[in-house]
Write a protein that binds this ligand. Structure first.
Ligand code: FRU
Length: 490
């Protein structure tokens, strides 16, 4: 179905109760609904927003178009949790109800100040000629959960040398000063991050560009994020328009990090290393990080990509969020591990220790559509070691270590129904190790694979038949295998 502009810019109050209930029913009948991932009740979910800890709870908002699986007029939808795993549905937080956000309450972040949660977001509005006017706006949530929007944007227009692509404020505090990073496209069509400073979150002074050496890489850098850990500064960006380079940058758009010295915000010169993709799989974009009361840096991403359809579109909804990952800076690398709270979901467990020799093997008790799987391959004397997931006679999703070529490979050529095949059905990255440790989370329509304690992560949505439940381990050569599977109970 082609969606007209009128249909994309309809608001939830413009449709009848009956129409909306029918959409809800259609969504709930979808065979691809996830069981332990944050997903929309109807319509399209994209970026995580306002990820924070406030008043004894984690808050995780997200971009939402309620009325169908397309990018229409965006709302912020609100969920809360005390354990990062069980999310309470708090409904709509921010609606596109002001002249400055009439065409979408776009992405942004949250920060606690004066016992309130300040939500800073992009107001997206357009005029009759469809010219876009981005502004940066503020809303405040009190401890009762009541949200009040400031009547005027706090940053009323883009800097002079920036195009209409000026969005996704990331707010943080250093000593007694607030900083706000904004993703931008410069007049010369280069992506960048510009920044502002403020003492009160209301009055912002423009400071200029963050001076990175990562230049010429894309026309727009969306959703900037920044944090410091172990004396290092980490900047996360989602650049649009990078060209593929070998195995890298195969998705339509990328999401990755730069690690360097902590940024001194007087000059904002950032000396950093290489741009590294956060996820080596198929769908991952626009992540946000937060620091929780235990001091952990936690990241959640959008388990989707702009410009790519989703198989579940036919049931009136699209996309979900990734599992939360704990981040650790080790040298010049960012390790990403699933948060330990996920262990709460573990139910029945089956364990096998064995040696595999030129074979592909399945074990009793190793099967399902929703589970966590640990597989530890050691004493590798092999060309290939790996695992096939969600198998049946004609379906399988393959993940393996190709020791000859020193690559990790995720192959979804036989995963069932797909979207975005024009961007390829395999993803690879360089890898060199004498062991392969996999922690894998399978949900109804997704797989997230954490390799060697967070050195690499591969995520993919899969639209596999319900009866494709098999798991097989394979080795071309010899390897020891210790593996455990847990049923996951929500
Ligand atoms: C990234 C993005 C952001 C924007 C939002 C709109 O996916 O394009 O730049 O704020 O989505 O939904």
């Amino acid at each position: 179905m082609e969606w007209t502009r009128e249909q994309r810019y309809r608001r939830i109050e413009d449709v009848s109760k009956e129409e909306y209930e029918a959409l809800k029913r259609q969504v709930s009948e979808c065979p691809y609904r996830q069981t332990y991932h944050n997903q929309p009740v109807t319509g399209l979910l994209n970026d995580p927003n306002g990820f924070s800890y406030f008043n004894g709870e984690y808050h995780l908002f997200y971009q939402w178009f309620p009325l169908g699986p397309v990018h229409g007029v965006k709302y912020w939808y609100h969920t809360t949790s005390t354990d990062l795993i069980h999310w309470k549905d708090c409904g709509i937080a921010l609606e596109p109800d002001q002249s400055f956000d009439s065409h979408g309450v776009f992405s942004g972040t949250a920060i606690e100040h004066d016992e309130k949660l300040y939500l800073m977001y992009t107001g997206n509005s357009r005029d009759e000629d469809w010219v876009r006017y981005p502004t940066q706006c503020l809303a405040v949530m009190d401890k009762k959960g009541e949200i009040y929007k400031y009547p005027e944007p706090v940053i009323k227009a883009a800097p002079d040398n920036v195009t209409e692509h000026f969005r996704d404020p990331k707010v943080f505090k250093v000593d007694d000063t607030f900083y706000c990073l904004v993703g931008a496209e410069m007049d010369n069509n280069q992506g960048t991050v510009v920044y502002y400073e403020s003492k009160d979150l209301l009055n912002w002074n423009y400071k200029g560009e963050v001076k990175t050496t990562f230049k010429g890489n894309g026309f727009m850098w969306e959703c900037p994020d920044y944090f410091t850990q172990n004396g290092k500064g980490v900047m996360i960006i989602s650049p649009q328009g990078m060209e593929p380079d070998g195995d890298k940058y195969q998705n339509i758009f990328q999401s990755g990090y730069l690690i360097g010295e902590e940024i001194d915000w007087k000059e904002a010169v950032f000396n950093h290393g290489e741009f590294t993709e956060l996820d080596r799989g198929f769908e991952f974009y626009a992540p946000q990080t937060m620091v929780d009361p235990q001091g952990r840096h936690i990241l959640v991403g959008w388990f989707g990509l702009p410009g790519i359809d989703c198989v579940s579109d036919e049931n009136g909804w699209a996309h979900c969020l990734t599992l939360p990952r704990e981040l650790q800076v080790v040298g010049n690398k960012l390790l990403q591990k699933p948060v330990k709270e996920l262990q709460q979901l573990r139910g029945n467990r089956v364990e096998v220790n064995t040696q595999l020799q030129n074979e592909s093997k399945s074990f009793i008790g190793f099967e399902g559509t929703v589970y966590e799987l640990m597989a530890n391959f050691t004493s590798l004397d092999a060309q290939l070691v790996g695992v096939k997931l969600r198998t049946s006679q004609d379906e399988e999703t393959l993940f393996y270590y190709d020791l000859r070529n020193k690559k990790l490979v995720l192959d979804r050529s036989k995963s069932g129904r797909t979207c975005g095949d024009e961007y390829g059905v395999q993803r690879k990255c360089d890898f060199d190790s004498n062991k392969l440790t996999l922690q894998i989370f399978v949900d109804t329509s997704s797989i997230e694979i954490f390799v060697n304690e967070g050195e690499e992560v591969f995520s993919t949505r899969i639209f596999t038949k319900e009866e494709s439940t098999g798991i097989e381990f394979f080795v071309d050569g010899i390897a020891n295998l210790e593996t455990t599977i847990w049923e996951l109970n929500k």
